[in-house]
Design a protein around this ligand. Sequence first.
Ligand SMILES: C[S@@+](CC[C@H](N)C(=O)[O-])C[C@H]1O[C@@H](n2cnc3c(N)ncnc32)[C@H](O)[C@@H]1O
Length: 179
Amino acid sequence: MSGAVVRLWDAVAVQHAPPGRGRTASGRIPTWSQEYVRRHGNWCRRTDTRGTDRVAHRYARALDSRWPHPILGDSLADEVVGKIDYDFEALGVQTSVVCQAALRAKMLDDRVRAFVKRHPDAVVVDLGAGLDDRMQRVGPPPTVDWYNVDLAGVTALRDKLLPPSPQAHSVAVSLADEH
Ligand SMILES: C[S@@+](CC[C@H](N)C(=O)[O-])C[C@H]1O[C@@H](n2cnc3c(N)ncnc32)[C@H](O)[C@@H]1O
């Protein structure tokens, strides 16, 4: 890989601790910390092994695209949701979550779009890409290489569900492993 690199940790470092949650008065790590980990200064929820995290994000973006005035307008997200046999409604994704997911995605998209415009030789590495179709939303110049990194089962699913592109590459690896 060569050129400028932008790494997206949005995938796994997104959620702040819920309001009112912090260290206990005794300084001990509270029990909720078993559900949350600290990354890059943010508290984020540990990835749910049932995979609800990645589908919830995608579903939130799909719901946004169904609004008459969407924030992100990712119609591909909705198309992909339609291909997944999963009870999305049971997730109970609230409007505030849809707004949060769509706004965060839009903010990151805008930054990446501006970056690749300035650096058409860039290499984008989306860590914990899940089923996100950020590359399709950003529409980078054809000279940009885009790597979507995630666990093997997830990259296999992405390769089935998302349209192929010569500039997109799936990398099946656990970021927790030592390399
Ligand atoms: C909250 S989801 C976000 C997915 C995507 N970025 C999005 O916004 O829709 C977190 C992603 O990180 C991936 N992930 C979690 N632990 C990982 C690890 N150790 N190595 C690689 N990917 C991991 C999960 O499989 C999941 O796809």
